[in-house]
Design a protein around this ligand. Structure first.
Ligand code: ZN
Length: 299
């Protein structure tokens, strides 16, 4: 049997100051802060991970919060939205309205109702009503000048299936999904000729990570991606998963991340996200790191 990618592992974005970010994703969106650690490449900034109670792949949204980040903007060659699934969009709309949180919609997309709200940095968070697995991602949207080479990567290498095309307001949306219907199994590509240039900053998505179930499977993917001519990094230890990175043909940074070892590798499941966790290489600098990181209150 040909191997396929089961879906999204995590999405990583950039935010401004961390406290409004924590408040929005935990209180408004009901996500759990499952890991409070630092940017492994710049340990004076946080790396925050949100997800379901166990931090399951397909539910993880991560942020690099920079207090002084300039505003980001999605454009061609960037991921432009992430979507969560719900079975009851009306309950969401009632609750958001009750808390005076603005949202757009509902509108219909591939037969499902969708609303869009903005996080404190303006990142578009979509909520899609669907019958599939809840409590995690539905999809990511990638903005492409020419979606064809990306579509070929998704179908030819990842094993995704074409679900069709929709056109609204001059924007073409091509939908692909991983067979099996796991969390985050949908990828939408939007084709837009708008003369727009995106930039990374607060509210923009930095990369999209897809799942590999084991370390061995990740090595198989690495080989396949390299054989297809993509310049892929060696395996990098990210403490909670192993990662490889490459740019897809349209320019979006893709990662393939392993399910193991997961977020309970350095603290018990019941304690996830409660204390600052540092990888071994930074443990000796803990005092200094804790002094420079802003205090965070997690309800
Ligand atoms: Zn990542």
């Amino acid at each position: 049997m040909t191997r396929t990618i089961p879906g999204i592992h995590h999405v990583t974005a950039i935010s401004g100051p961390p406290q409004p970010n924590v408040d929005f994703y935990t209180k408004i969106l009901g996500q759990k802060l499952v890991k409070k650690t630092v940017n492994f490449d710049a340990p004076d900034t946080y790396h925050l991970y949100y997800g379901d109670a166990g931090g399951s792949p397909g539910t993880i949204l991560t942020f690099f919060p920079f207090a002084d980040a300039g505003p980001g903007r999605a454009g061609p060659g960037m991921a432009s939205a992430y979507a969560y699934t719900t079975t009851d969009l009306d309950a969401w709309m009632t609750r958001l309205a009750g808390e005076a949180i603005d949202f757009e919609g509902p509108f219909e997309r591939f037969g499902d109702r969708v609303i869009v709200l903005r996080d404190p940095d303006g990142a578009p968070v979509e909520i899609v009503e669907g019958a599939g697995e809840t409590g995690g991602f539905h999809s990511v949207t990638l903005w492409e000048r020419d979606p064809e080479p990306t579509a070929k990567l998704l179908t030819g290498i990842f094993g995704y299936e074409e679900q069709g095309v929709e056109k609204t307001d001059g924007i073409e949306r091509l939908r692909f999904s991983a067979p099996g219907g796991a969390k985050g199994s949908v990828v939408d590509l939007i084709r837009s000729d708008a003369p727009s240039i995106g930039r990374q900053g607060a509210g923009s998505i930095h990369h999209v990570a897809f799942r590999a179930e084991t370390n061995d499977i990740q090595l198989e993917w690495r080989e396949k991606v390299a054989e297809a001519g993509h310049n892929v990094t060696p395996v990098i230890d990210r403490q909670y998963f192993n990662a490889i990175y490459f740019r897809e043909p349209g320019g979006v940074l893709f990662e393939i991340a392993t399910d193991p070892p997961g977020f309970a590798v350095d603290e018990p499941q019941a304690e996830l996200g409660k204390s600052l966790k540092l990888p071994p290489q930074y443990e000796g600098m803990r005092d200094r790191i804790e002094r420079v990181l802003p205090p965070l209150e997690v309800a």
